[in-house]
Design a protein around this ligand. Structure first.
Ligand code: MOS
Length: 694
């Protein structure tokens, strides 16, 4: 071995950065596929009913139109547990915007023109797209997203709340939100006999390949995903979405490669969104701040197609100690598109409610909100009784407070004025689970002295390619530039998606194991690589299974300083500071970028984002970036992310917890709490718009 410095922990710049900024990095739609046609979806204009007929005459009369597909003319797919993937398999319409037909033509422009010329005749039925609490069809699901149970109950919450000296009972709402990845969903489908290659904007090449193979009734490996570069996903590309299936179906039907790219407008109905929530939080506490009861109830929506229920109250199960606790998810299935994952599904909206309620409780107790959280710090996971692999929330709160300048803060609301601006500060806590999934990887030593590492990981803009190269180089004991990391292909083996903040830890474990095995084999041949190269393969399935049963989470403390215009109610976020504990940080530069990105998205959630559902049409009224507002440069001022040094040997050999979602959790609550401190107005409904502050 050499005396090379370890690269893990170093601020390595993105390996593909130059390719991206010079335009040579290929995204899904850009692959030069000869002889390709263009597919454009026709979307339902009713929210519920049936397609009676599709009149393709005018569309087919346009020069260059090759086919108009509907549920009668596409190949049959196998049943799937995600009904959104059963594209054009039935004439039933479950929501406005569902794909009811598609056009394939020789140019994109012709395909769009023809799609607009397709006449769909419907048998329309009355629909209900309005989320109303109290409706009789609302139910409590057995399980919710990620396999959590739908409801939990410990102790006697009602009695504890009735007898607690101090209580909070408040309802918070969050609107539906859209992921807004920079690269809209795009796929090029190329069939070769009974195998298909999909160039796909994808968070999980192997997962998509396996899902689509089953959907098309093909053997494992017959669907190949290529996703070398992906322009963001935020959860919307973690599972395959209808446009990907449409591309594969259309290419199969016409016998030529087909390119499908969702328009920005189509993105708002075709690729999922975050559910709206109505959350009631009740807290009971002793006068010294110790919680006696925690109750969190969240109402959400899904489509008629699938009972997707986000795990909104799950974070509340483990945040604070309290003997009496109840958490409940409730779901209404409506005539709307199916919601799905968006950055920190569950934790992001759930912790807005819990951490706002904790701030309200701090005021009711006349107690510092940081001290309130510290006295309620649990010694074990309150729900499971499991030990924490590491839990440094208190350190985050204390260290963050010192850096932010919290000590000495006057808690009284509405007192600080700078000209026309009211100024305030707020704090909130956050957590995100530290998931790790099994993965496989292959490491190769080439005779020319280079190393090649293959894994079906994907870099959706996170820096994963760079971080994994660092892990590989360190395990091999070689300089970074001798390692080529190959990712983005399903054929590289089974691996989880870039989601649940588990990419780096899951893929990194497999990369490290493969490289360690290769280094050992190299040692056995005294470093003499045979002409055919030397290879080692790793699978972490057993390693992941053998881990102890522990509560593994990353933590954060979020601080915000806001200014509110006393006349107009305009909110400006002057400063955000996040202090995090996320295990080992593989690459401070890319990790900081992830954490700050999450905080910016939290700011956007707090002040801007709101999908407006129009119950009359059963569809979102805003479906472009002019009317769906996301925070822009002018909204984002000073956003700092820091972390404490954290060693946790109960995670994986990589020691990393993941930073993709942690940064958004708690950010909106910190801002809402700061708005209250500035103005005395408690805004319990996101986004915090002018009329809600005044
Ligand atoms: Mo993330 S919403 O788990 O892709």
């Amino acid at each position: 071995m050499t005396t090379l410095e370890r690269t893990v922990g170093a601020e390595v710049t993105r390996i593909e950065g130059r390719d991206k900024v010079t335009g040579t990095a290929l995204y899904a739609y850009e692959y030069p596929v000869p002889d390709a046609l263009y597919g454009v979806a026709v979307q339902s204009t009713i929210a519920r009913g049936r397609v009676r007929s599709v009149d393709a005459g005018a569309a087919l009369a346009l020069p260059g139109v090759v086919a108009v597909l509907d549920s009668g003319s596409v190949p049959r797919l196998h049943p799937t547990d995600d009904p959104e993937l059963s594209v054009l398999q039935s004439a039933e319409v479950a929501y406005r915007g569902q794909i009811v037909a598609a056009v394939v033509a020789d140019t994109y422009e012709t395909a769009r023109q023809a799609a607009a010329a397709v006449r769909v005749i419907y048998a329309e039925e009355p629909h209900d797209a309005e989320l109303r609490d109290g409706d009789p069809h609302i139910f409590v699901p057995e399980t919710v997203n990620a396999g959590y149970v739908g409801r939990t109950e410990q102790g006697d919450v009602d009695t504890a709340l009735a007898t607690a000296p101090v209580t909070i009972d408040a309802t918070y709402t969050t609107p539906p939100e859209h992921t807004c990845a920079m690269e809209p969903h795009a796929t090029i489908a190329v069939w070769d006999g009974d195998t298909v290659t999909l160039y796909n904007g994808d968070q999980g090449p192997w997962v998509t390949a396996s899902t689509l193979a089953a959907l098309f009734g093909l053997p494992e490996g017959a669907v190949r995903i290529v996703a070398d570069h992906v322009g963001g996903g935020f959860g919307s590309k973690a599972l395959p979405r209808p446009p990907t299936v449409l591309a594969a179906l259309a290419a199969r039907a016409v016998g030529r490669p087909v390119k499908v790219a969702a328009t920005r407008q189509q993105m708002f109905t075709m690729v999922s969104y975050r559910t709206p929530t109505v959350q009631r939080v009740r807290l009971g506490a002793e006068r010294d701040g110790r919680l006696t009861a925690v109750s969190h109830n969240a109402l959400q929506q899904s489509s008629r197609l699938a009972p997707y229920c986000e795990q909104t109250v799950v974070a509340t199960r483990m945040m604070y100690a309290a003997p009496h606790r109840r958490t409940i998810h409730r779901l209404a299935q409506l005539d709307v598109p199916t919601p799905s994952w968006m950055r920190a599904p569950g934790e992001a909206p759930g912790m807005f409610a819990l951490e706002s309620a904790m701030d309200e409780l701090a005021y009711a107790l006349d107690m510092d909100p940081i001290e309130l959280r510290v006295v309620n710090e649990p010694s074990v996971d309150p729900e499971s009784g499991n030990a924490f692999s590491s839990r440094n929330l208190v350190a985050c709160l204390r260290e963050g407070a010192a850096r932010f300048g919290w000590p000495g803060r006057d808690p009284s609301p509405g007192r600080r004025r700078e000209g026309r601006w009211l100024v305030g500060t707020g704090v909130a806590a956050g957590n995100y689970p530290a998931f790790t999934f099994p993965a496989t990887a292959t490491a190769r030593a080439e005779p020319d002295g280079r190393f090649r590492v293959r894994i079906a990981a994907v870099d959706i803009g996170t820096g994963a390619r760079t971080a994994l190269t660092q892990v590989a180089a360190d395990e091999l004991g070689v300089a970074l530039d001798r390692v080529t990391l190959e990712i983005g292909r399903s054929v590289y083996g089974s691996a989880p998606f870039a989601g649940g903040s588990m990419g780096t830890s899951s893929w990194g474990w497999a990369v490290s194991k493969a490289c360690r095995a290769l280094a050992k084999r190299l040692g056995e041949v005294s470093g003499q690589v045979p002409p055919g190269g030397l290879e080692a393969h790793a699978d972490t399935t057993e390693d992941v299974r053998a881990r102890k049963e522990l509560a593994r989470h990353a933590y954060g403390a979020q601080f915000a300083e806001v200014r509110v215009d006393a006349d107009t109610g305009q909110v400006r976020v002057d400063r955000m500071l996040g202090m995090f504990a996320a295990g080992r940080i593989i690459n401070p530069r890319t990790a900081r970028s992830q954490l700050r990105g999450g905080m910016c998205m939290g700011l956007s959630t707090a002040l801007c984002e709101n999908l407006e559902l129009d119950p009359h049409f059963g569809d979102f009224a805003n479906h472009d970036l002019a009317t769906y507002h996301v925070a822009a440069h002018a909204d984002v001022r000073d956003v700092e992310a820091h972390w404490i040094e954290e060693e946790d040997d109960q995670l994986s050999p990589i020691g990393a917890k993941g930073v993709g979602e942690l940064g958004i959790v708690g950010a909106a609550a910190a801002i809402a709490n700061a708005v209250h401190h500035a103005t005395g107005v408690r805004v319990r409904d996101l986004p915090i718009t002018l009329e809600r502050v005044r």
